[in-house]
Design a protein around this ligand. Structure first.
Ligand code: ZN
Length: 669
């Protein structure tokens, strides 16, 4: 717990003396106070609890003062829903919850970072109510979110226990959100955790009449229809610019097709593309609540070039692309001066990023993305020095990292240590935004996503352990501290495994298939990472001691999970334990297989190790299938997401068994 939680026991007595007869005030000890705060996510920056009041639900009145704002009305609506009772006019007593934007009490908020999102909660002077003040409408909305968490935790029949709280709170990072996945189905869930941003890939095309058209299909449209209601900024995406082939762009305007370049590349020397992009931007700006568009730069030309016309080939393709985006934005701003623009980088643009950024107008917001460098679970810094320098100089720089173990090869990954590490790096380096990739579905990564919401708001508040306890309290787990013990045993092992890209990295060409590497004596050393991007199989496990410690932790995690009796975490523990035991066996084998052979004296030991490797992977394979249904019901017609890693493990087992047979080390063979 942080030092910001202080108890004002003395003031409890004062409060008791001035509160009305109908509202009973109880004194609060330190443990009760800590329990209350564990119901909050994220943890407020400054919070003091001075006793608690017991209020009949039908005596609570929620009032918004001053000018009306949609978000303040929504705050009132959500509070009334949480209270679950209309104020009864027959009730003699009233407990008033007042909401206010600005005013004298908001002055202290104006000096805080992101003041429009900041808020205070305090007691009314007569002790018979609470006053929620926001630096802006969103601040009021967030004050109401905090109070809703207290109300839901404090409900006892028709009475609600409420802590007499003094809170001053503000976020560390301006934009906190997600992109893709099914996040559009969880906007209220996101907003309850004070996330405020969602972006989705949109269709930006040209129709048969050569007119630019836009569309946000299926559920993704919810970011526009519902996002602003919940204080979530909806941002449509113009997909990676080399991937517009299916959009009708080249059918309508074949002259825009890049000359002799990679299929899909665009000729940026033809001003026509700027006009079309500007039209798309304006069409989006016309949608309710849309103020910005994110244009994703080309992701991967796979070693090929962009347009090779006389004008394009003289300049860096990435720089030309950035100039085209800026030109389109400027053109659109002639009609819509408040239109905002973001660009998302890629591995294709990485080498040109410093030059692109030096040319970009300061209003252009930058999302840093790189398919290898921002999509990984490795325990190493993600923000390159040139980006950190840019952010330190005050430029708007955000990042697009994954919250899952691996993008594409789905695994359970309950790991606050990982999320805490990542987000503290981002906050320390003064990043302004975060769009997490919570996939395949938010349900699969709910814990890590909530952890992201926690630390994006308050990076220096809770420790990973304290967050785990608070999560367990909010989820209603029987033994929150036991859950935290499990997280502490399990998290570091899972992080070491997935940070090493095991087993997903086995699908890449580098460093190669483990059975082949083993036969050829080329299995990397512990801690090795090929070209700083391919850590398979144990780049994040630096020493034999760390490996042994991970094995012991994984065993402990399984035991704690058995005690907890929450199937989700038991299956997850078994996945992790299976993997780390397989890696332990591989480490043994690396010493025993020499020049493609195993000596006669090592045969027995090697046979056991080959069997342990296969058994570990088989355990993980089984546990993956058991785990997935525990995160929620399967969607109709969607095969299990864990089919991919399970198929991969099957192949890895077969390949290693084949080597074992060749070396005369197959158990029972
Ligand atoms: Zn060209």
């Amino acid at each position: 717990m942080t030092g910001t939680l202080r108890l004002w026991l003395a003031s409890c007595f004062l409060m008791a003396s001035i509160a009305s007869a109908a509202v009973r005030t109880e004194r609060m000890d330190e443990n009760t106070s800590r329990d209350w705060v564990r119901h909050l996510v994220p943890l407020p920056k400054q919070i003091e609890l001075a006793g608690q009041v017991l209020v009949p639900a039908d005596q609570i009145v929620v009032v918004a003062e001053g000018e009306s704002h949609a978000l303040v009305s929504q705050a009132v609506k959500e509070l009334v829903e949480a209270i679950g009772a209309e104020h009864s006019s027959a009730a003699a007593e009233k407990f008033t919850v007042k909401l206010r934007v600005g005013g004298p009490l908001a002055e202290r908020l104006t000096v805080l970072p992101h003041a429009d999102q900041a808020y205070t909660i305090g007691r009314e002077e007569d002790g018979n109510g609470l006053l929620l003040v926001g630096g802006g409408p969103r601040g009021v909305y967030y004050a109401a979110k905090t109070l809703q968490q207290f109300i839901r935790a404090g409900r006892k029949g028709d009475t609600i226990a409420l802590p007499a709280a003094n809170i001053v709170d503000w976020p560390d990072m301006e934009d906190r959100g997600l992109w893709g996945g099914d996040s559009y189905n969880h906007l209220r869930w996101m907003s309850d955790r004070k996330l405020n941003y969602d972006e989705q890939i949109a269709h930006n095309g040209v129709d048969a009449n050569k007119r630019p058209v836009i569309n946000l299909g299926g559920g993704k449209r919810k970011i526009i229809d519902e996002g602003p209601t919940y204080g979530i900024n909806p941002v449509p995406v113009v997909l990676h610019l080399e991937q517009l082939s299916g959009s009708g762009l080249f059918d309508a305007y074949p002259e825009l097709r890049g000359k002799d370049g990679r299929a899909g590349s665009i000729c940026y020397s033809n001003p026509l593309f700027v006009n079309i992009l500007a039209e798309w931007l304006l069409l989006w700006r016309a949608e309710p609540g849309v103020r910005e568009v994110d244009v994703w730069m080309a992701e991967n030309l796979q070693g090929e070039k962009g347009c090779q016309c006389d004008d394009c080939r003289r300049e860096d393709r990435n720089v030309l692309e950035a100039r085209a985006i800026v030109a389109a934005w400027r053109k659109a701003r002639e009609t819509q001066p408040d239109l905002g623009i973001r660009i998302l980088t890629s591995e294709e643009t990485e080498k040109s990023n410093p030059r692109i950024f030096s040319e970009l107008p300061t209003e252009v917001k930058i999302w840093y993305y790189h398919s290898l460098w921002t999509y990984n679970a490795s325990e190493k810094p993600m923000i390159r020095p040139y980006l950190a320098e840019l952010a330190a100089r005050g430029r708007w720089v955000g990042v697009c990292p994954n919250l899952c173990a691996n993008v594409g090869t789905w695994h359970p990954f309950t790991c606050p240590q990982f999320v805490h590490y990542r987000i503290n790096e981002f906050v320390d380096k003064k990043l302004s935004g975060f769009i997490g990739y919570a996939v395949p579905r938010l349900a699969h990564v709910r814990f890590n996503t909530e952890a992201a919401a926690e630390w994006l708001w308050n990076a220096k508040g809770r420790s990973p352990r304290e967050f785990a306890i608070s999560y367990a309290v909010r989820e209603g787990y029987a033994e929150p501290k036991l859950f935290a013990d499990w997280v502490e045993a399990h998290g570091p092992v899972a992080w070491d495994i997935y940070g090493s890209d095991f087993p997903a990295g086995h699908q890449r060409d580098f460093p190669g298939k483990l059975a082949i590497l083993l036969r050829e004596g080329k299995v990397p050393n512990l801690g090795e990472e090929l070209w700083e991007v391919y850590p398979l199989p144990w780049g994040d496990i630096k020493t034999p001691e760390q490996l042994a410690d991970d094995v012991a932790r994984a065993d402990r995690a399984v035991k704690i999970a058995e005690q907890m009796q929450i199937p989700q975490y038991l299956h997850e523990s078994r996945v992790t334990q299976g993997y780390i035991k397989a890696l332990e066996a591989l480490w043994t084998l690396k010493a025993l297989v020499r020049n493609g052979m195993v000596s006669a004296s090592d045969k027995l030991k090697a046979t056991e190790a080959f069997a342990a490797y296969a058994a570990g992977l088989e355990q993980a394979r089984t546990a993956l299938a058991d785990w997935e249904p525990t995160v929620g019901p399967a969607e109709e017609g969607v095969p299990p997401w864990v089919n991919k890693p399970r198929k991969l493990l099957e192949t890895m087992i077969e390949e290693m068994n084949a080597l074992a047979r060749d070396l005369g080390c197959m158990a029972g063979g």
